[in-house]
Every structure is written in structure tokens, then in C-alpha cells.
Design a protein around this ligand. Structure first.
Ligand code: EPU
Length: 417
């Protein structure tokens, strides 16, 4: 089993280039099910979840592959579609359920494994399935699979109970080729949703209102593939801002999408970290000691749940005390006991964590439980004295491309063993 070994205490300095967004690339790649001709996607990060997506697309009849061994372009070919998404692939990545709607739109049939829960919560998909049923799909659960059938998907007026990122993306894809007009209300507004809608529009879809809480989609008969560049990963960018800050470093984050992480930049500002946007990204530096702050996770444009563990790691070494309230997922505090093993003072009560800053953390063997929890331990390790051994780093490989190389290039003593 691979681990990351980190010798902490080096202020990071230099530039880090941000990769393409995992959470935008996944639905965009899945949406190629809807296309009638090949498409080429650029700026696709080389991650485990992308490999899973490519494998699933192949099974579904959309042969996909990176165009060369090192690059970041993926070509997706056309071919006869299959409606069967097997459990072996879906279980390793919940987002795979997003193929259900596009397959129903194309084939009128799909058999897609129901994803289980994951370390951060139960993560049901009833908002997706209820909305697809409103569009005319008949869905049944059989032996752990959702079996969907429809003569055709019909446009509908759908109000989500709460903003769901995956649900909004799923229904945009399904509606793009449904008959008639769909209105989605109470939508999530995450930039990754806008990126998906922009891609589909470039292929000939008629989607408007993406990035707001009401999205209108006029179904079209056919979509043709095109070349598309995936947006930069705003969570990776936020994570590296936090890495520079926790080490007291000074970095240039090349390609940092500052306008899409304003809530993160504002909170970092309160902690005493300056992020200065420039044409190619942003520079980040810390002004003296860090201060604790109060953070509540919210749907976009609020503070993202995907940055909660990282800002908590930062606060473990800040002056005073602060709170982190998690409102999106019910179990996203798995990093807390690990940070405590490194000397952090964090008390948990339900969905709220109270953090009192300590003068120093000490390296320890710790375990990643999910992607963002795992990276918060890397951040803590970069600032801790002594050696931190982060185990179960396959979680990190799902969402951070070559993280140890990127950190090493700005001075971190980190290696994969
Ligand atoms: N939810 C339901 N029912 C549904 C759909 C969602 O109860 O039908 C709940 C979820 O269990 C969760 C909340 O609603 O508690 C929000 O879920 P949402 O659907 O918005 O999230 P998601 O689409 O499953 C995406 C990202 C997550 C990110 C969340 C929130 C992808 C592939 N995943 O998940 O990313 O945390 O939005 O912003 O885009 C990560 O990258 O580490 C990650 C977990």
C-alpha cells in the first residue's frame, strides 16, 4: 500500500499549476453519451476517477482514451450504446449514476447500479430519480440496480427539494435531448454545472440560466461532438492556497480561478492570508500569524464543503478559537480524530467543530478516509514538526493530480513510498 511521507516545516515557495476540474470533467465526459459524433476534451486531469469514467464510457459504447501517454486530452468516439452500467465500476465512483438520464434519453432503457453511501455520508439520489420520473421514466430497483424505461423523456417543470450539484447536472443532461422544454428550479449553481451546460451548448444544446437557480432546457434531436477545454479545478486551487498559507509560504497559483472561490479567498483573508489575483492566476502569502475564523459550508457561492477540511487544518495552528459547521454532508469530519493525533485541539459536537489553535503540530502516522479529509492531513503534515505518514492515499489519487510532485516543486519534503 502506498503512503506519503512528509517532513514538515518548509515554507512553500514557487509556482504551482492548477489542473482541470475533476468535478467538471466527470459529468462533461459522461455527457458524451448524448453525442452523435466524436468529441475531444482538453485539460482533463489524470486521476483515478477519470480512469473509472473512461472505463465506464467504454463499457457503455463510447470508446474513450487519453490521446497520448502524458497529456490531458481525452477523445471519445461514437459507437453503439449499451444501457448497462455495472456495479464494479459504479461502486468505486458515485458520480457514475449520472449516466442513467443520458442513457434513458438515448436508448429508452438503462440498467445502472445504485451507488452505495460513502465515507462522508449516505448520499442518496432520490432527487435525481424523482425528477427523471417526472420526465416520464419508469424506474424500479432490482438486485441493487436501477432499471429505467421510457418511450421517450418529456420536458417537465421540476423543483428540487434542495440544491443538488449532481441532480442538477443529471437533469440538464437528460433534458438536453428530451422532447420539449424542461425547467429546473431550486438548482445548484456550482461553476462545474455551468461548465457542463456550456459544453452541451457548444454541441448544439439549448440550455439557459446555468449558474442561476432556474435552468431552462429546450430539448434538441441531436448533439454533435466538439473540442472543449474543461475549467480549472477550484478546489485544488483552494487547497494549494491553504498549503502555502499553513506553511507561511509565498506561492504563485497558476490558473487559480479566483472568481470561483471568492468565499474561500474571503475566509482566508480573515485568517490573515492575502490572495492577490493576477492575469495568470493568483499569488498567496501569509501576513504574520494566522487567526481562527468561523466557517459554515453552503452551496455555491457559499463556502464549499470540499474546502472544509483544509481550512480546519489551517485553523489548528491559528491564534484563538473558531468553528466549522458542516451543513452539506452528515459525516464529513473524519479528518478530526487524525488531526487530533497530530496535536490539534478540536472538539466535535454534531455538525459543528470547535477548533482552538495550538502553537505546533507534530508528525504522526495518519489515515486518509476520503479525498478532502486526506488532503487536510497532507496540509497538516506540511506544517508539523517531524514526519507525517499519510496512509490510504488512493483517496488522494481520486482527486489530486500528482500532488506530491506539485508540492515537491515548491519546496515541500514529500515523497510517495
Ligand atoms: N442529496 C440527497 N439526495 C439527492 C442528492 C443529494 O439527499 O438526491 C444530499 C447529499 O447526500 C448531500 C447533499 O444532498 O448531503 C448535497 O449533495 P449534492 O448532490 O449537491 O452533491 P454530489 O453531486 O453528490 C458533488 C461533488 C462533491 C461535492 C458536492 C457538494 C462531484 C462528482 N461531487 O457531489 O465533491 O462535495 O457536490 O458541493 O461533483 C469531492 O470532490 O470531494 C466531492 C465529494
Amino acid at each position: 500500500m502506498q503512503e506519503l511521507l512528509i517532513e514538515g516545516g518548509v515554507p512553500l515557495s514557487g509556482s504551482i499549476r492548477i489542473s482541470g476540474s475533476k468535478n467538471a470533467a466527470l459529468p462533461i465526459l459522461f455527457s458524451s453519451i448524448l453525442l452523435d459524433s466524436p468529441a475531444v476534451f482538453h485539460n482533463v486531469p489524470r486521476l483515478r476517477d477519470i480512469a473509472t469514467t473512461i472505463a465506464l464510457l467504454r463499457v457503455l459504447g463510447r470508446p474513450a482514451a487519453f490521446t497520448d501517454a502524458e497529456g490531458h486530452s481525452v477523445r471519445v468516439e461514437n459507437g453503439p450504446l449499451s444501457g448497462e452500467a455495472p456495479y464494479e465500476l459504479v461502486r468505486t465512483m458515485r458520480a457514475s449514476v449520472l449516466v442513467l438520464g443520458p442513457l434513458l434519453a438515448r436508448l429508452g432503457f438503462a440498467r445502472v447500479a445504485l451507488p452505495g453511501g460513502c465515507a462522508i455520508g449516505a448520499r442518496p439520489v432520490e432527487q435525481h430519480t424523482r425528477a427523471l420520473e417526472k420526465m416520464g421514466a419508469r424506474l424500479e430497483l432490482e438486485s441493487g440496480y436501477i432499471i429505467g424505461r421510457c418511450a421517450s423523456l418529456r420536458g417537465a417543470d421540476i423543483t428540487f427539494d434542495f440544491p443538488t450539484v449532481g441532480g442538477t447536472e443529471h437533469l440538464i443532461m437528460a433534458a438536453a435531448q428530451a422532447e420539449g422544454e424542461t425547467v429546473l428550479r431550486n438548482c445548484a449553481r456550482e461553476p462545474e454545472i455551468t461548465d457542463l451546460a456550456n459544453f452541451l451548448n457548444a454541441c448544439g444544446a439549448k440550455i439557459s440560466g446555468q449558474g442561476t437557480d432556474t435552468v431552462h432546457i429546450r430539448g434538441v434531436a441531436a448533439l454533435r461532438g466538439c473540442d472543449y477545454r474543461v475549467m480549472p479545478d477550484r478546489v485544488e486551487a483552494g487547497t494549494f492556497l491553504a498549503a502555502a498559507a499553513i506553511t507561511g509560504g509565498n506561492c504563485d497559483i497558476v490558473g487559480c480561478p479566483v472568481e470561483e472561490i471568492t468565499a474561500v479567498v474571503a475566509k482566508l483573508g480573515e485568517t490573515g492570508v492575502t490572495v492577490e489575483p493576477h492575469a495568470g492566476g493568483a499569488s498567496v502569502r501569509r501576513n504574520g500569524k494566522l487567526r481562527c475564523v468561523d466557517v459554515t459550508t453552503r452551496p455555491y457561492p457559499g463556502f464549499p464543503t470540499d474546502m472544509q477540511a483544509q481550512i480546519m487544518a489551517l485553523m489548528t495552528l491559528a491564534e484563538g478559537s473558531g468553528t466549522v459547521e458542516e451543513t452539506i454532508f452528515e459525516n464529513r469530519f473524519m479528518h478530526v480524530p487524525e488531526l487530533v493525533r497530530m496535536g490539534a485541539d478540536i472538539r466535535l459536537s454534531g455538525s459543528r467543530a470547535v477548533i482552538r489553535g495550538v502553537p505546533a503540530l507534530t508528525g504522526a502516522p495518519v489515515m486518509a478516509s476520503d479525498l478532502r479529509a486526506g488532503v487536510s492531513l497532507v496540509l497538516a503534515g506540511l506544517a508539523a514538526s517531524g514526519t507525517t505518514r499519510v496512509q490510504r492515499i488512493y483517496h488522494l489519487d481520486r482527486g489530486y493530480e500528482r500532488i506530491e510532485h506539485k508540492l515537491e516543486a515548491v519546496g515541500a519534503r514529500i515523497r510517495r513510498v
